[in-house]
Design a protein around this ligand. Structure first.
Ligand code: SAM
Length: 223
């Protein structure tokens, strides 16, 4: 069971995605738990302020260190945290290490992932000291860290046994056997779509030959 704790100012964005499809089923089966924490619940003043102007000037607002520190401390000190419980705090930022399948597999070994989802112009630099690693989902800038947090959550969750229906699914899919592996082409009905026919071999029922064909096709397919 991995606990995903996502700190955000838009918890509903997380809840909508987390409560559908594969993530919903994984939570029902108690394989994972996803909790969105509203950063505004950890503010000090009555205005629930989470951001402020940058010192030195410049565009936009910066997420303040205090509410985030308070949120992390509260989430980390849950009574359920037994000894040996492995928790990791991750900041979602375009300036982080680029996320990939291998990182997803590594993170699936933790008991708890605390994901910091930014907004506006990002985080006060002193928040760096509170995090174990920084992850980017790609070389582009989004308006917020909610999508990146859900991407990391889903990739990590898929590496937990029984989250994905078929036990061999991950081993056979793109990136499964190696970082440059691309899955073989797949087909379903109809057998003939506007003259494009399903390769004969897949209709043969010869499993050995089908497996050989798939391995060959995977080798010649490129990302
Ligand atoms: N000013 C920041 C910079 O130049 O690096 C960008 C801030 S961005 C508009 C707001 C938030 O979205 C970030 O704090 C981060 O949490 C999230 N975000 C945007 N792009 C991201 C990416 N590629 N990977 C991970 N998080 C991202």
């Amino acid at each position: 069971m991995i606990q995903f704790d996502i700190i955000t100012i838009f918890p509903e964005l997380i809840e909508h995605y987390a409560n559908e499809s594969i993530l919903k089923r994984a939570q029902e089966k108690k394989l994972i738990q996803i909790k969105a924490h509203d950063l505004r619940d950890f503010t000090i003043g009555k205005h629930k302020q989470v951001d402020d102007r940058p010192f030195g000037g410049g565009p936009g607002m910066i997420l303040m260190v205090e509410p985030i520190a308070k949120a992390i401390n509260k989430i980390k000190s849950k009574p359920s945290t037994r000894s040996g419980y492995k928790s990791r705090v991750i900041m979602l930022t375009p300036a982080g290490k680029t996320f990939d399948q291998k990182m997803g597999k590594r993170l699936a070994k933790y008991d708890q992932l605390i994901l910091l989802s930014g907004r506006y112009e990002g985080f006060d630099a002193r928040i760096d000291k509170l995090v174990d690693e920084k992850i980017s989902i790609g070389n582009y800038v989004l308006a917020g860290g909610e999508l990146p947090a859900m991407i990391v959550t889903e990739v990590v969750a898929r590496h937990i046994p029984s989250v994905v229906g078929h036990k061999d699914a991950l081993a056979e899919e793109t990136f499964g056997p190696s970082p440059d592996y691309v899955e073989y082409p797949q087909y379903t009905r109809p057998e003939n779509y506007k003259g494009q026919k399903v390769p004969e071999i897949l209709l043969s029922g010869n499993h050995k030959k089908i497996s050989e064909w798939r391995q060959k096709m995977a080798k010649i397919r490129k990302i």
